[in-house]
Design a protein. Sequence first.
Lengths: 349, 309
Amino acid sequence: MGLREYIIRRLILLIPVALGVIVLIFALLQVVPPTRRVFVFLSGNPRELNPEVLKSYIHMYGLDQPVWVQFAVWLNQLLHGNLGFSEITGPVLDNLLRRAPATIEIVIYSAPLIILIGIWAGVNAAVKRDKPFDHVSRVLSVLGTSMPSFFFGIALSAIFIATLKWTGTGRLSPNLDSHLTTLRGLGQWHDYTNMVTIDALLNGRLDYFIDGLKHLVLPVTVLVFINTATLVRVARSSMLEALSKTYIIAARAKGLSQKEVVYKHARRNALIPVVTLAGLIVGGMMTGLVITETVFQFPGLGNWAAYAAQRFDVPVVAAYALFSAIVFVLANLIVDILYAYIDPRIRLG
Amino acid sequence: MKFKVPERLQPTIREIKFILRRIKDTPLSLFGIAIVMFFVVIAAFAPLLAPPVPGLNPYLIPSDPALGFRVEPSPPSPKHPFGTTLLQRDIYYGCIWGTRWAFQVALEVIIPIVAIGVVLGLIAGYYGGVIDEILMRFTDIILAFPGLILAMCLVTVLTQANWTTIDSVLLSIILIGWPGYTRLIRGETLRVRNEDYIEAARASGASDLRIMFRHILPNTIYSIIIVASLDFGGIVLTTAALSFLGLGAPTGWADWGRLIYDGMGFVSGGLRWWWSWVYPGVFISLFVLGWSLLGDALRDVLDPLYRRK
């Protein structure tokens, strides 16, 4: 079986899971009374929402019809990109798209750091087994899994934001943020990606770039610290296993240097199982973002979902759950394909 | 008179001795056990360590009227060793009863999760076929969500259906937790299903139920203990994360996550009111640390893959 057939088979297997995810969310929504559930169906921006209007909407979207009719209507809405309407923040899809860049920006900075630090620390801990490096990295990774991310975030926030005033909450300092509107009006600022640091560079504003970066340091630190821990542990044990293999003894017997043995022979093989963790890290990030963005009041998707959950804003929470499940499933698909690409035993076996 | 150990129990005693010797040799395991024991003692003696006000729910942290009804926390003092938080609620009381609450939450979640996992995992692994396929696809769907986010969604929905927040938090963590155990036990069942002694039991006329619970289940018990103890802290962490998002115990409840959530309101003061979030944060971190070290220790001694290395 070639790589191509493998990918096709994986894609086909994806359909029932994606459908299952949608059915599960729909089933959960059945618990909510129709007058609240109808907001998940609403499209566009309804002007007035008195009980009479709601009743007509309930009828219009078939909420007084059998369950399967409701499901068909909702699925149709989803396929047309309608995620419902929130009484608090407005149309759900608009908000999702508007807030996504801030979150993507955090991810762009944290994901490479997590992978690089995780693999570097794990490999080194295995090579220097039972040496100080190994002990320190183990203590840090145990702390990373034990300390709640919000506790770590609050501590950083109290020290670096409230006491030392090195940086602030949100994406930009208030004065720079309010000046942005003026700059836009003057045509000196264009929103290319809506990611502060990238747009700042494209507009040639170094001050905005530095300010944006300063606001990213703490959320990225929390995400990296929390998510690296598992990676370090797995990379370490995988590397230890690789180092004990006979081909390593053969490489050493051949007279290769320690460096060549470790980096060329052991590490390449050790990293294969580590790839599968990438999917898990994506899941960890989706969760971590909710907490981190809340602590640092960073206006991204996680903050939006947490804000909605506190106010029992069903359409937003359901949409975010759906969105993160789809991202998670896609990430796992990519991981599987990568894995098969790196390790022929998977697709040929 | 010398107490004589029955012949039948000899292997069990040898096993326990071996386990104790292994644990004694690893300082980190001892540290983990010490932390867990420390919390067990606090939870057991909570009524003595922090006497509740008679007639009130002990999980509600009492306010100190002597400090007035100021909103800002008061610093640690002999009367309030950890200081007070929002509305002069005693943090020491909250941390002590929070420990008991953490155990209660973890047990109320882990017992149903393990029970569901054992029953469904045994059925899926033993019978295989269509039942297995359906159950596994169902776990796939739940595991397709990042846990905390599905829990968040469940709590939101359940509270709309007039559940109390505490009940909906417990139920939602059970609902996101069982698939992991079902898969674990299914895998273990598949591993031992075709062993000779299962075949022998079947040949001697044992019923399916008897084979599943008397012959397969005891062989999976170690994995269950290891994963459950690793999970014990994780459950408390998830509950605390939900509390921190404002989805969980109401304000004033002796819940570490809720205390941190209330303390976060005072973060703008920098380190001025540090005690309002540091103490509950340290309690929860230590609790999770203790259980994860204990889980690692148990894996080292119980898991045949690790034990004789």
